[in-house]
Design a protein around this ligand. Structure first.
Ligand SMILES: Nc1nc2c(ncn2[C@@H]2O[C@H](COP(=O)(O)OP(=O)(O)OP(=O)(O)O)[C@@H](O)[C@H]2O)c(=O)[nH]1
Ligand SMILES: [Mg+2]
Length: 288
C-alpha cells in the first residue's frame, strides 16, 4: 500500500525507553494541592479522608496494573515501583507515566464522593503530575523508598508541632515558625510533650509512616532467603512456561491488595515479603 505524503511525521516520534533491568519508580504528585486542600477545607496538618482517598486510588492502580510490585504514599504524592523485569509498554516512559497517572486520577475522582460525601467537586478538578526514574540496584530502590519515608517523618513531625502551636498554643503562623526555627527532632518532641502533653509516638501510624500498598501473601521467616541478591543477579526475565505464567497471573489476581502503615526502612519489612523483590507470587493466606 502506498504511503501517504503525511506519513513522514511518524519519524518525529522518538524512542523514550527506560533502561532495561532497572526498577522503574513512577512518582505522581498532586498539582496545586496547597490551594486544593484550602478550597475543600482539608484538616490541618493531616486530613484522614484525603489520605484514605489517595490510598483507595493507589489500591485500584495496583489492582489494574499487576506489574507494580509496591506503592508508597504520603501527603499528595504516591510512588509506584514497577519490577525490574517489567516489559509493560516496552518500558516506554511516557506510556508508563501516563497510564499510571491517568488511572490514579480517574480513581481519585471516582472515589471522591465516598471519602467526601458532603463536598462536591468543582473545577479545577484534582490532577496529578508524574515522572519516571530508574534505579539500578535493590540498594538504590530501598534507599529511594527510605528517602520518601524519612521525608514523611520529618515533614509530619514539623507540621504536627507547627499546627499544635497554632491550634492549642494560640500562636499565629509567624510565631510558630519562629518557635520552630533551628529546632531538632528531639526539641519538637519536647515542645509537644512539655507544653501540650502530647506524645508524638502516639500519633496515628498513617500520619507518622505514610502508607504502603502491596499484595498480601503469607509472611515468611526473615533470614530464610537471599532475595535481594537474587534480584540484583537477575539480568533478564526468567523464561517461564505458559502454565507457570498462568499460575502466577491467577495468584497475583487473587491476592488482596493491602494498605498498611509500616516501617519500610528496616530490613524486616522486605525480608518477610520476598515477593516484593522477586516478583514471584507467594502463598495466598488462608481466609480467616
Ligand atoms: N490541610 C492539608 N493539606 C495537605 C494535606 N496533604 C497534603 N496537603 C498539602 O498539599 C501540599 C503538597 O505539597 P506540594 O506538592 O509541594 O505543593 P502543591 O501545592 O501540590 O504544588 P505542586 O505539587 O508543585 O503543584 C502541601 O501544601 C500540603 O500542605 C492534608 O492532609 N491536609
Ligand atoms: Mg503537589
Amino acid at each position: 500500500m502506498a504511503n501517504s505524503k503525511f506519513e513522514y511525521v511518524k519519524r518525529f516520534e522518538q524512542p523514550d525507553q527506560l533502561l532495561p533491568n532497572t526498577w522503574i519508580v513512577v512518582r505522581l504528585d498532586g498539582r496545586g494541592f496547597t490551594k486544593l486542600c484550602a478550597k475543600y477545607g482539608f484538616e490541618k496538618p493531616n486530613d484522614r479522608r484525603a489520605l484514605e482517598l489517595m490510598n483507595m486510588a493507589a489500591k485500584a492502580v495496583m489492582t489494574d496494573l499487576p506489574d507494580i510490585t509496591i506503592g508508597y504514599g504520603v501527603s499528595d504524592e504516591y510512588s509506584f515501583v514497577f519490577h525490574k523485569t517489567c516489559s509493560l509498554f516496552e518500558r516506554r516512559a511516557s506510556k508508563l507515566v501516563a497510564t499510571t497517572v491517568s488511572t490514579f486520577t480517574a480513581y481519585y475522582i471516582h472515589f471522591w464522593p465516598t471519602c467526601f460525601p458532603d463536598v462536591p467537586l468543582s473545577s479545577p478538578l484534582p490532577s496529578f503530575d508524574g515522572r519516571a526514574v530508574c534505579y539500578p540496584s535493590v540498594q538504590n530502590l530501598r534507599d529511594y523508598m527510605s528517602w520518601r519515608q524519612v521525608d514523611c517523618h520529618i515533614n509530619n513531625l514539623y507540621n504536627t508541632t507547627f499546627w499544635t502551636l497554632i491550634q492549642l498554643g494560640g500562636m499565629d503562623a509567624k510565631e510558630a515558625e519562629k518557635a520552630l526555627a533551628g529546632t531538632l527532632s528531639a526539641d519538637k518532641n519536647e515542645i509537644m510533650f512539655s507544653r501540650f502533653n502530647i506524645n508524638y509516638n502516639n500519633e496515628p501510624e498513617i500520619f507518622k509512616k505514610g502508607s504502603v500498598v502491596f499484595r498480601d501473601y503469607e509472611l515468611v521467616e526473615p533470614g530464610s532467603h537471599i532475595v535481594a541478591e537474587e534480584a540484583d543477579d537477575l539480568a533478564e526475565p526468567v523464561q517461564q512456561s505458559k502454565t507457570q505464567q498462568e499460575t502466577d497471573k491467577k495468584r497475583r489476581a487473587k491476592a488482596r491488595v493491602l494498605v498498611d502503615h509500616l516501617d519500610i526502612i528496616k530490613n524486616d519489612f522486605w525480608d518477610r515479603r520476598p515477593w516484593l523483590l522477586s516478583n514471584k507470587p507467594g502463598k495466598i493466606p488462608k481466609q480467616t
